[in-house]
Write a protein that binds this ligand. Structure first.
Ligand code: NAD
Length: 379
């Protein structure tokens, strides 16, 4: 009782214990290393299912609050994906484009997290496979490594996009459009969007519109995905594609299509523009491509919206397979198996209980974490 009173008091104050709830965070670390000027934070949120996997973000303005929220998102994402890993996240407060100092900072960071063995670091904004190579060199563990030292190049092979397309395929059994012949629009033509276009086309879908940062192209008869990929490979933009309409960039949201894929920025479909969406299925490659309020409004008018952390888990699943020493083809098998099972479970629960797919997904993930917690003595 006394402990509870003390805890409640502390939680009301400005200490990091304000984050404490039934799942975590297990530990919060602040690192400072004067020789390099390293300032970094690590939040290990929950390790009940196994050592936590989570990216390291490098940006000048990252905060403890952001780090905590990203760590919790990883706990739920890894649990929802059915991985034997908990969630964590780390941030290094630095400019990722200051290359003169970057290697020293990353190596110093590696030394700081070395003793925290229940944290496995992966790449995130501002860090990449080379940075993961430096960390592996320092402390012997990291995921998202260069292929030369056992990594699976998940962006090159399209791991996340593959999961996105499998998720859309499963949605067919829950009232989603048939992929064969479906008209697809994709916002973003990078690691996720480009490969999603390729995998959708392989399933017989017609890519009617794509956008990148420079603009949107639209052809209701279908775009040639191979030609688009070639243009991107040469360093061009989707707007260099010949013979397509080029409407204003952000009108991609309102393109007449059956499936809409956010694969660029957060919050692109919001309460104020969701009414423009014509698709019957939204399958998210981007993180928080659709706001929660918009998801509810879309649901109310019969649009299926698969939550981001269910449909875009291909990348983290690939990282877990890499960590376990698996190969690229094994990674694709695991992504397919887990995504099929999880999307079916989420959409099944949502329709049985008449709740949003996101609510079903969060409940499923929390149940899995709680079960893992119940099996441990101290976790
Ligand atoms: P990327 O940098 O490779 O590609 C981003 C693409 O979006 C580029 O084509 C860019 O031109 C385009 N873009 C940027 N701003 C835009 C705008 N305002 N309108 C239209 N297009 C715009 O990034 P990525 O790795 O493909 O990631 C895309 C999204 O998916 C991000 O939200 C990322 O967090 C999320 N995600 C990626 C992975 C992964 O494995 N790469 C995994 C999970 C989630």
């Amino acid at each position: 009782m006394e402990t509870l009173v003390r805890t409640n008091k502390m939680m009301k104050t400005d200490t990091p214990f304000r984050y404490a709830d039934h799942l975590g965070p297990k530990s919060i670390h602040h690192f400072y290393e004067p020789a390099t000027g390293l300032m970094a934070i690590l939040v290990v949120d929950n390790v009940a299912a196994g050592p936590a996997i989570g990216g390291c973000r490098m940006a000048p303005d990252v905060t403890l609050d952001e780090c905590y929220r990203l760590a919790r998102a990883m706990t739920l994402k890894n649990a929802a994906a059915g991985l034997p890993h908990g969630g964590a996240k780390s941030v290094i407060m630095a400019n990722p484009e200051d290359y003169a100092n970057k290697e020293q900072l990353v190596r110093a960071f590696a030394q700081m997290i070395g003793p925290i063995e229940d944290y496995i670091v992966g790449p995130d904004m501002g860090t990449n496979e080379t940075a993961m190579g430096w960390i592996r060199d320092e402390i012997g563990r990291a995921v998202g490594l260069p292929p030369e030292i056992g990594g699976i190049p998940l962006d090159e092979v399209g791991a996340t996009a593959f999961g996105v397309v499998i998720a859309a395929e499963v949605a067919q059994n829950f009232g989603g459009p048939r992929l064969n012949g479906a008209r697809v629009a994709i916002q973003g033509f990078g690691a996720v969007g480009k490969h999603a276009a390729r995998f959708f086309a392989e399933k017989g879908a017609v890519i009617v519109a794509v956008a990148d940062i420079n603009g949107t192209i639209h052809d209701p008869n279908g775009l040639d995905v191979r030609k688009l990929v070639e243009i991107k490979k040469q360093g061009g933009s989707v707007i260099d594609y010949p013979n397509a309409h080029k409407p204003e960039r952000d009108t991609i949201v309102e393109i007449d299509c059956d499936i809409w894929v956010p694969a660029a920025r957060p919050d692109v479909i919001r309460e104020d523009n969701e009414h423009l969406v014509k698709a019957k299925l939204i399958v998210q490659g981007a993180n928080i491509g659709v706001t929660e309020g918009a998801e509810r409004m879309l649901h109310d008018r019969g649009v299926i919206c698969i939550p981001d952390f269910i449909s875009n888990a291909g990348g983290v699943i690939c990282g877990a397979v890499e960590y376990a020493g698996g190969t690229e083809s094994q990674a694709f098998e695991v992504i397919e198996e887990k995504t099929r099972a999880n999307v079916a479970e989420v959409l099944g629960r949502a329709s049985r209980n008449n709740i949003l797919p996101r609510e079903a997904a969060v409940r499923m993930a929390e149940e899995r974490v709680a079960k893992a917690v119940s099996l441990g003595r101290w976790k």
